[in-house]
Design a protein around this ligand. Structure first.
Ligand code: ZN
Length: 406
């Protein structure tokens, strides 16, 4: 029923999309050569074999490739280029709205790339691709909705001085502090920067995220950074439930005010609960799932990425997506990393419809949540108008393919 052609044509979004994990492979090779970054191979096949694989041993191997992508991205020119290309690649497959996330502190090189410089360069690339798309006759005439985007900055749950030149310096300047205090300070500094750069430079920094190793770094350590962005009307998302269980998701919502949760994979896993105060674990996860569903806290679902980083998931039909659907949780389908996971939004939707019970109505909801629960850069009224345009276009495409959405 859902052909690739239909899925490509339907208007889609991607709300969980890491810039540094979503480069074009040929561009990475070209930029590595011109920026004198060493790669284990300079052919696409070689890199697919060595670094960006179909499947990975564990999260560590999955993250290995970021070392190379971050090295080439410590350049304003390359940052603008990959941002432009990322928007273009999304437009090519019918994605109309993206929220691109990255950790500026990983890319600051203490030479040409500053916090503000990195955000400006990314915005410039995204803006250029957006203008090109929106100048098309079909968009100007209103026949097709316009493309739009926002930027999310990621604080790191864990970093060491080896992560980037910025972090090296940050650690050396706080020589007498415990590493966890330095990490917390890093997140607060990023929160202040994001608010100021958004307000003074007009860059659409729409959200704040917490990424990186979850295990050993609880959400509550980042309360101060999240309270700052919360008070300044910036949206919040948190990577949670990727390594930890339900309590970590609960913390993200109650302590960090998360509007959305990245992954949320272990939401229903009672074995992952370590808090000894929680006696009835079944009731706890059921109450939490109900709370998330009722508050419309949206799960950014990344199927391929979860399969690749989590060897515990033997087959895709075992994924907790099935249970989330059953509990009526608000879910949006995302890629996580187009290069590292070797995927696209179309592929992720195909995975969903081919392995789970998805009716036309459920598919429409999944796609619509990507717009309704987006951190749209503009006021709520504008967001409603934009979402309405997307919905009308969706229904037009569905009718063309004789899909009955009722
Ligand atoms: Zn992610």
């Amino acid at each position: 029923m859902f052909t690739t052609e239909l899925i490509q044509q339907l208007p889609k979004s991607d709300l969980h999309l890491h810039l540094d994990g979503s480069l074009r492979l040929d561009s990475l090779i070209e930029m590595a050569k011109s920026s004198k970054v060493d790669l284990p191979s300079y052919t696409e096949e070689g890199l697919r074999e060595e670094v960006f694989k179909e499947s990975y041993r564990d999260l560590g191997e999955y993250l290995h490739g970021f070392m190379y992508t971050c090295s080439v991205l410590r350049s304003l020119e390359n940052l603008e280029r990959v941002s432009y290309e990322l928007a273009k690649d999304n437009q090519q497959e019918g994605v109309f709205y993206i929220e691109v996330r990255f950790a500026p502190q990983l890319l600051i090189d203490l030479k040409g790339v500053t916090m503000e410089g990195s955000l400006t360069a990314v915005n410039r690339g995204l803006e250029r691709a957006t203008k090109e798309f929106n100048q098309q006759k079909s968009v100007v005439s209103g026949e097709m909705p316009p493309f739009n985007y926002g930027i999310i900055v990621c604080a790191m749950r864990m970093f060491s001085s080896a992560f980037s030149p910025y972090y090296t310096k940050f650690f050396s300047l706080h020589h007498y502090s415990d590493s966890i205090d330095v990490i917390k300070m890093g997140a607060v500094e990023l929160a202040r920067a994001a608010i100021k750069i958004r307000d003074e430079k007009g860059i659409p920094i729409v959200g704040f995220d917490l990424a990186g190793q979850e295990d050993g770094y609880p959400a509550e350590d980042f309360k101060k950074a999240y309270a700052l962005v919360h008070k300044n009307f910036m949206h919040k998302t948190v990577h949670a439930g990727e390594a930890y269980g339900a309590e970590s998701i609960f913390q993200a919502i109650t302590e960090l005010y998360a509007d959305r949760i990245g992954h949320c994979y272990y939401l229903f896993d009672t074995d992952k609960i370590t808090d000894t105060h929680i006696v009835d674990k079944e009731k706890y996860v059921s109450d939490l799932a109900s709370y998330i569903a009722e508050k419309r806290i949206t799960v950014e679902l990344c199927l391929t990425s979860n399969m690749q980083t989590n060897p515990a998931i033997k087959k895709i039909s075992d994924h907790s997506f099935k249970e989330m659907l059953k509990q009526n949780v608000s879910i949006t389908i995302c890629t996580d990393n187009r290069l590292v996971s070797n995927t696209t939004v179309t592929k992720e939707i195909e995975l969903a419809v081919n392995n789970f019970t998805i009716t036309p109505k459920i598919l429409r909801n999944l796609i619509v949540y990507g717009f309704k629960r987006s951190f749209y850069p503009g006021n709520y009224r504008d967001k409603r108008i934009y979402t309405r345009k997307i919905l009308n276009y969706y229904d037009k495409i569905a009718r063309k393919h004789q899909i009955d959405i009722e």
